[in-house]
Ligand binder design. Structure first.
Ligand code: ZN
Length: 479
């Protein structure tokens, strides 16, 4: 493990942001909950940060390739809306989910569309320095001129050359070369197009992150984060073009942190493959957003997480139990930094709360050791069961752990955690309708009218009622 030594009073963090052409799915949330944990960890250590998350509203091409159709433009055509509408709509959807998950807002959310002139200048500078060559399909970065190319990914460049993501581009010198500028294909007029020294077109998809991070955080900054899928290609290319541009022989960014995937049925959830479940799907099914947050934090950010119903049920139950237990301890003190939390506990002597001090140390060790959120969660749960800890000490430990976990335990209502309805929540008219439909379905089954029975089952499902046929007759429950 590497020690983090800040290079400035305010640590610059850049996180690769969303491409806003469709709803973010659950897997898309993980990088931001992870970056949020990192920010909370730095706050815990009393280190100020400036966090930048870009909004990609200039669509890069389908399958993240350098050529071909543009994702935003395809979405606009599909939904019969303008690209600006599409970007605004899905940007809002992203912000809504971030807020529901209690992710602290970034300091700046730059839009790629607002930085195209700077991207053109950046590419022109690389051209001037001799790092590029021009093809009919655009301006390309020559990766053979970048001495350390691929070192971030421990990249086997030969391996990447054979990789499935590498498309064939006519005239490209090396398979790892990538587009800085994507020229408009002859006879095809893009909706989002800009004039450049290389003709009309759009920037290549790696360019925006280098340009916007340098504009907002300075030429060099401390931390760059993103999903592990960016490590092989996007970040490798960001580094190559940035270090070529700066030309000062220093690493562009000092620390790279990547979160692992969320797996669903043991497969990566890819947005392009038709969209995975969204946060809204979870809340509609009765899960609280904090249950999803806790599920994510229950795994280390560098471990793959398997999303299952059972895991979500367990997370929901844990959040509810935590909220119910903490309710009796409110109000909680402010304990966002280790020092502030420690100062709230009595010093050594007869009044010392050894148990509370030990839990606080456990929390500090866990967050210091590469953001080990599962260990913080364990320390929190253990402290709540510990008969040795004082009530005041427990308040401090809970507040401190939650400053890092971000579950909002200071005010989370345990009754709001489980919104699944029970039969007693139904009003008499609803109950009557359900009972009538169940009776009708039983009648249809008796007459072997299976089509009608299925129709009624579908109707009941719309009302949130699930019917199971048992030897004793139909049983039903609310979902
Ligand atoms: Zn990026």
């Amino acid at each position: 493990m590497q020690e983090f030594i800040p290079s400035a009073d305010v640590v610059g963090i850049y996180s690769c942001g969303p491409t806003v052409y469709s709803f973010p799915h659950l897997g898309n949330m993980r990088p931001y909950v992870f970056a949020d944990t990192l920010r909370r960890a730095l706050r815990w250590k009393d280190i100020a940060v400036r966090h930048v998350v870009n909004i990609t509203d200039v669509g890069h091409a389908v399958a993240d390739s350098d050529t071909g159709e543009d994702k935003l433009e395809m979405a606009a055509a599909r939904e019969r809306r303008s690209v600006e509408d599409i970007a605004a709509f899905y940007t809002k959807a992203f912000f809504d989910d971030m807020a529901a998950l209690r992710v602290m807002p970034a300091d700046v959310y730059p839009r790629a569309s607002e930085y195209v002139p700077q991207m053109i200048e950046f590419a022109a500078r690389l051209e001037e320095l001799g790092y590029t060559y021009l093809l009919p399909s655009g301006l390309y970065f020559d990766t053979s001129k970048s001495p350390g190319y691929g070192s971030l990914a421990l990249l086997d460049v030969a391996g990447q050359r054979e990789g499935a993501r590498v498309e064939h581009v006519e005239g490209r010198r090396n398979k790892t070369d990538f587009a800085l500028w994507r020229a408009e294909e002859p006879g095809v007029r893009r909706v989002m197009r800009w004039k450049s020294p290389w003709g009309w077109g759009a920037p290549g998809w790696h360019l925006e992150c280098s340009v916007m991070s340098m504009s907002l955080l300075g030429p060099h900054f401390d931390i760059h984060t993103g999903g592990i899928d960016h490590r092989q290609l996007h970040h490798v290319n960001e580094i190559a073009q940035s270090e070529a541009y700066l030309g000062d022989g220093r690493p562009w960014v000092r620390y790279w942190l990547h979160n692992e995937f969320l797996l669903m049925n043991a497969e990566k959830i890819a947005k392009s493959a038709g969209g995975g479940p969204r946060l809204a799907d979870l809340t509609e099914a009765g899960y609280h957003p904090m249950a999803y947050r806790l599920f994510l934090l229950g795994g280390h950010y560098r471990s793959q997480l398997d999303f299952t119903n059972q895991a979500m049920d367990a997370a929901q139950a844990t959040v509810r139990r935590l909220a119910a237990r903490v309710e009796a301890l409110r109000p909680l003190p402010a304990a966002e930094t280790f020092q502030a939390a420690r100062a709230l506990l009595p010093g050594p002597g007869p009044d010392a709360d050894k148990a509370a001090v030990a839990y606080l140390d456990q929390v500090d060790e866990a967050i210091s050791a590469d953001l080990a959120t599962p260990k913080i969660l364990a320390a929190l749960q253990e402290s709540l069961r510990d008969p040795e800890i004082s009530a005041e000490g427990l308040r401090v430990v809970v507040a401190a752990a939650d400053a890092l976990l971000g579950l909002g335990l200071a005010e989370l209502d345990p009754r709001a955690v489980d919104r699944r309805r029970s039969v007693s929540d139904l009003d008499p008219a609803e109950l009557k309708t359900i009972e009538r439909l169940i009776a009708e379905r039983t009648g249809a089954r008796r007459e072997k009218n299976w089509a009608r029975a299925d129709e009624i089952r579908a109707e009941l499902e719309k009302l949130g009622v699930q019917v199971t046929d048992t030897p004793a007759g139909p049983a039903w429950e609310l979902r």
